[in-house]
Ligand binder design. Sequence first.
Ligand SMILES: [Zn+2]
Length: 382
Amino acid sequence: MTSFLVRDAGTLDGGRRRDVAIVDGRITSTIPEDAELIHSGGWVIPGLVDAHSHLLASTRAVGTYVDTLSMSAASVERHISRVLAANRRHGIRAIRDVGDPSDGAVARHRARHHRIGVAFHAAGRFVNGGAMPVSDTELLDPTALLAQVREQAALGGGWVKIVADRYSAAGPPALTIRPDHLITMIETAHAAGARVAVHAVGRPAVRAALSAAADTLEHGTFVTPGDVAHMARQGTAWVPTVVAMRRTLSSRLTASEMRDAFRDLASNLRLAHEAGVAILTGSDGHLPAGAVGIEAVALSECGLEMAAAFDAAVDRACAVAVDLPGNVMVTECDPREDISTLLEPLLIVSSGRLIRPAIGRGSTVDAALAGLRLDLGTTGSS
Ligand SMILES: [Zn+2]
């Protein structure tokens, strides 16, 4: 496989700048004789990880999905390949796909896509994704829920995604699954060899997810400091999807409710980082393929130190996504000092190939970032 040389590079190991080679997707100080010089200066870093991706998210409208049920198997595969390839071109090293509402096509087609060069896990079809909130008196049949869990775990993607709450027409997100059922569902998934990602936005679902020992908490926008301590104690990782939740909640909350919610979220994110909770970046179908670096920037705009925000996009995420020799990025500066450098990588090495990111990508990123800054209220005027 071709190896590449970067002279006088900064690396994450804290040592002085030095010559490094990228060989088989790994960064090494042992320089092969035939290594091709590709750059001098900059920083050589591992590719990013998207721990909450939806490869089947539709680009037409946020929150909608490609209708795989009406497509041929070949076109589903082509779609998945295209999105994976776009992620690879932008330096994404690993992906965890957290499912879709129709038939779990990513998990079903998973085995065919390892050649694309992005390692990924996939959760299959959302469990209970279409259900209405439960009322106090309503008893959902746990047998059906457990059957769904077993079916998705059996796809072999490594994860099951359970949707534990939903917004009703008015009011805060309401539980869609009884807390005692959630415990049995997660035990069942674990017994079947799968880990469990729980979608929980509101407090009741967050509490239920943590009491049931979910492996990862997805969103968790309204966590409390007590929940953060619970996550730290039991090792639940947190994928806050800040960009996605800003957009999702802005149509449901008033401006002052948004301010309060995201002020509390920011302080809980800092608390979680201090307590050692693994915080992970996820695009959640709200960012262009490969642009999960924007979520890292959003975490830092929420007040997480840049080093922690970068960690969320690179190291911690490997706990939930497949970590194989993969993409390496060359950035202009140290992302732990300037996180926005992730948005404009100079070079990407993927599967032994050198990719020079297309000029003009910046405009997409700039547009997404401008939207984010407005969302976060960090710019004065538009
Ligand atoms: Zn999602």
